[in-house]
Design a protein around this ligand. Structure first.
Ligand code: ATP
Ligand code: ZN
Ligand code: MG
Length: 395
């Protein structure tokens, strides 16, 4: 391992509101980068590299890093940090990282970076939270759905996902229908350096990906239809986002699960229900004793589109996040989000209102692994210290 520091001068310095986002993006700059850190003052980028670079390689890396900085930093405007609810100072008993104990007890078993099996303790917590989320959805008359883990490439294309989030895609492929290819693969297949050794020409074209979210499936199901009135649906599903070296513990997984409550209809219908959901979720979080805050946020767009999209989302208050306290690192983590997409999906997929105009959409999404993780980070593994409601429901 080798450390390489890039010093930033003048207006290429990174403003504090971008350090987290930038650090996350730098992981995707080059396969040789194991970790990228930006100190709080934004004056440097410190790359931890797989191996020491020669002068030419160091220059090439620096050019790529500066390209990211150029795209994300120059002219970026500080987003209006709108805080809607603040319960971050709620006292919680634990300040320990729950991961070592969870792994030692076999409650979390890592399979690969970003892939983990969960045991009874986190599962009972997730089932407990889920019962309440399902009840919440029923309160909106939500129609229950089950969506596949795979999603059609054509659907993601129609909702312009490839342009906004190319870095986090996970492709599904299979061997081509060809006897020689299949026999050749069966004979030679083996893992080398933990990756499957395979001739890329043996693989099929890509018609499906692993789904990055739940609600796209519902918009896809409504494509080309005219709604008589606003509709609400709910589903839980596996979601996949390749987050490179940012994948750590249960905080950031490649494969995680989301419960979504989805609204499609007239603008006011979607916005009012998003607010109503927020007013019904907070009492639950309070009951569970969580320290959290609800604030304006943006989606993790890739470098090229980042500045424009973020400014847009922030100006129109399209996304709020429930950010729960992570005491052991004095930070917060999003456990859920309230999203408003305006008529974006309605337009792209031809979902219309009775007057023929495109429908509006919004969704409320909870990350289930993160719910369990933040609860355990705030309350520890021993249910004796848990709030009454959670002890009764999940202890
Ligand atoms: P983050 O800001 O942490 O990158 P996000 O803004 O991409 O998350 P959303 O798209 O709003 O997240 O997804 C809804 C919820 O799904 C998040 O609030 C979080 O709880 C969960 N989630 C998102 N990405 C991951 C992941 N990689 N691992 C685990 N949970 C995740
Ligand atoms: Zn959604
Ligand atoms: Mg976010």
């Amino acid at each position: 391992m080798h450390e390489h520091t890039i010093v930033l001068e003048g207006d290429s310095r990174i403003p504090d509101f971008l350090t987290g986002e930038l650090q996350a993006k730098l992981a995707y700059v080059d396969e040789g980068i194991l970790k990228a850190t930006v100190p709080a003052d934004g004056s440097r980028v410190v790359l931890t590299l797989r191996e020491a670079p020669d002068a030419e390689r160091a220059r090439a890396l620096e050019v790529k890093v500066r390209r990211v900085l150029e795209a994300m930093v120059r002219g970026a405007v500080r987003p209006r940090q709108k805080v809607l609810e603040d319960h971050l100072d709620r006292p919680v008993p634990s300040s320990a990282d729950p991961m070592p104990a969870l792994m030692e007890r076999g409650e979390v078993v890592p399979e690969e970076q970003g892939i983990a099996a969960l045991g009874p303790l986190p599962v009972r917590l997730i089932e407990f939270f889920e019962r309440h989320f399902v009840e919440l959805a029923e309160g909106f008359g939500a129609r229950p759905y089950r969506f596949p883990t795979l999603i059609a490439a054509s659907l993601l294309d129609r909702v312009e996902y490839f342009r906004s989030f190319p870095h986090s895609l996970t492709f599904a492929t299979h061997l081509r229908e060809d006897l020689d290819v299949i026999e050749g693969f069966a004979k030679d297949a083996h893992c080398r350096d933990e990756a499957l050794h395979i001739d890329p020409t043996a693989l099929s074209g890509i018609r499906a990906l692993l789904s990055p979210a739940v609600c796209f499936h519902y918009y896809g199901a409504l494509a080309g239809s005219q709604l008589e009135e606003g509709v609400c649906a709910t589903a839980v599903g596996n979601c996949f986002r390749y987050e490179s070296s940012n994948m750590t513990s249960l905080e950031r997984l490649w494969n995680f699960t989301m419960r979504e409550i989805i609204f499609v209809g007239p603008k006011d219908f979607v916005l009012e229900n998003r607010e109503l959901a927020r007013s019904r979720v907070s009492p639950l979080l309070d009951d569970w004793g969580l320290a959290y805050r609800v604030e304006g946020a943006n989606d993790p767009f890739f470098v090229g589109d980042f500045k424009k999209q973020v400014a847009f989302q922030s100006a129109f208050q399209l996304k709020y996040e429930i950010r729960a306290l992570i005491p052991h690192r004095q930070g917060t983590l999003a456990v859920g989000s309230y999203n408003f997409h305006q008529d974006f999906f309605g337009r792209n997929l031809g979902i219309t209102l009775p007057d023929g105009n495109p429908a509006f959409t919004g969704c409320v999404a909870f990350g289930l692994e993160r719910m369990a993780y933040v609860f355990l980070a705030q309350y520890g593994l021993d249910s004796a210290a848990w709030p009454e409601a959670v002890r009764r429901g999940a202890g």
